[in-house]
Structure formats: structure tokens, C-alpha cells
Design a protein. Sequence first.
Length: 392
Amino acid sequence: MDATMNPDVLVVGGGPVGSVLALALQLGGRSVTLLEARSKGAAYADQRALALSYGTRLILERLGVWDELMQEATPINSIHISQRGSFGRSLLKAEEHGLPALGYVLSYGNLCKALDMGLSKCRTVTARYGAEALEIIPSSANASLTFLYEGTEHKMETPLLVLADGGKSLRDIPGIRRETKSYGHDAIVSKVECELPHNNVAYERFTSMGPVALLPNGKRDFSLVWTGKHEEIESLMLLDDETFLRRLHHHFGDRVGNFKKIGKRITFPLKLSYLDPVTAPHLAVIGNAAQTMHPVAGQGFNVGLRDAYELAQKILDTPDELIGSESMLQEYRNGRKSDTRNGLIFTDFLVNVFSNEILGLSVIRGLGLGILDLLPSVKRKIVSKMSFGSHG
């Protein structure tokens, strides 16, 4: 590898967020070097479900990769929101908002494969897989990166380095500070087969234990996200499949009939985390590396892709000599502040309000969901924000 190569933009992290940034930049002719620690194709077998907003679909269409994904994506035509032990509920329908779908469910592996295919056709993008970032140093002139590739250390300088790898390379970078709030809750994610067809309806059910979501995934299956206190989730993970499915049916209710089969269960801790600021001299941090949200409203991944796409537009609108400058980075921060802040506040609000068992609050929540169903203008605003973030 040519260690003297100095691309316009150097992207660390070749997952969906970093790949979207690189694809968007190549449309404007910018030279990009993309470094990914994993080998090419390592993520293709990853069946974790992603909930893509309609706005994210539009981004992928502009980048020319949606056609590769259409057959693999399951549309969400309706979202059914309810509270356990309450009659109040609200229903959001795509057709009522002039959208073909409210969102889509797609595996992480299929998305990575389509993005890699798109990158392979780009003349101005150099992708290097198996390249591990060792040290990032921002400075007033350029940002430098030391990385390990094919057993040899290399160093590269760039006017703008973008970190999009989940934050593993953030240690010891001057000026980067992370704020973290632990919920003390974990999530179980898996795939379940149900007795009744999903009819492209997603369910978000709030319980005293925490939110539980079922997202249509495939012809009959749902992707499950079940949250609760660490000790509660830990005990659920110890159950055999049959007992687990019975417990899930008791917890969720009978809207999809009995749960017949479950795939591999994975668990992870839930937290709210964000950087302040998300930039340093000639360095920008985007996606999960910049902010992590509770999965209750499916916002985190979509906010991260908007980070990438909007940063790309800012770079393309900036003269060569100002790429990575403080003025450019400040404009990017200002442009993304509202979307990121609103996503963090919204998800944190839902968790705090709908997982709180203060006397009388359950009744108020139920009434609120029922009233929401009678307010089309409010529902339009919610759908717009879910689809397009702060631009909705």
C-alpha cells in the first residue's frame, strides 16, 4: 500500500455508515480511502435485523444500491403501539401519510454486501480490508493515522479523517469526550416464527419490564427486541426455547398468536452515549461512534446514516482548501445538532416514561396513546420525524 497517498477524505470503518459516506463522496468525484479492520465479506452472514426508515431508503436509492436490496427488505406498512395492561393504543399507517412504507427490515449482512458491491464499482474510492487503526492524531494542519495492514505499519495524512467504526479508535484522542448514561437494562434480540402472519405490521409494546418490539422480517417471521433489567434478561437467557416462547407470549399478548420457533438469542447492554463535540481538528466522528441510542424507536442506525450522507454533502460543497477546516466542521456540527439531540431526547423520554410504574402514570400513558390515535396532525409529525429526522 502506498503510505504516501493523501486522499481528500480518509474513512476509518467500512460498515454501513462509513460505506455510505464513501459512496456519497464518490458521486462528487472526491478521492476517498476506506479502511476496514475486518476482511471483505466477513459481515455478509450477519443476520442481525436493521430497521431502516423511509428516509434511509431514499439515501440508498440516491447511492444506487437500493435495487440490490429491494427483494431482501421487508416493508413495515403499519406500526401498532400499545401498553401492556391498558386499552390505549395507537396505529400508524403508511398509506395515511402518502408513503409506500413506514420503514423496512433488512439484515446487516445483506446491507453490507450491497454497499461493498457499490464500492467495488467506484473509481475514486480505495477500500482496504484487514486494515486496523492503531493511532489517530488530529492537528491544525492535517489528521494522521497509523494503521496495520498486511503485517506492516503504515501512516497516512489527510485533510479530513472520519471515524465511523463504532468508537473503538477513540481512545487517547485529544479533545474527544464521551458522555454515557447506563439504563441498567439489557436487550435480547432474535428472530421468531409466529402462528399468525405479520401482514407487514410492526409492534411496539411498552411494559413495566421495558419495551418489546416485533418487526416483520421475511414472509412470516418477526425480529424480536425484548428489553428489561439486566437480571431479568439474564434469567430469560437461561430458559430453554419452549419455555422462553411461552414466557414471551404471556408478556407480549396474543396479537400474533403463539410463538412457534426462535433463532439464536443475543443479548447486549443498553445505554445512551454521545460525544461532545463530535469533531476535533481535521477529524469528524459519525454514526455509533458519535452517538448510541436506546433501540426503543429504531432511530440510532438511521441517525448515523444521516450523519454520513449530510457530512458528504457538506464536504462536496466545500472548496478543496477548506476541507477539514474548523469552519467546515462547525457548519457540519450545527447542521446535525438538532437531529442528533432530538433522537437522543426522544428515545430517552420514551424509556423513562413508559418504563416507569409511578402510581397513576400507567392510566395517563394509556389515555395518551388513545388520544394520539385521534390526532392525525400529531401522527403526521411523528411519522415525518421518524422518516427524515430534523428535516421532517
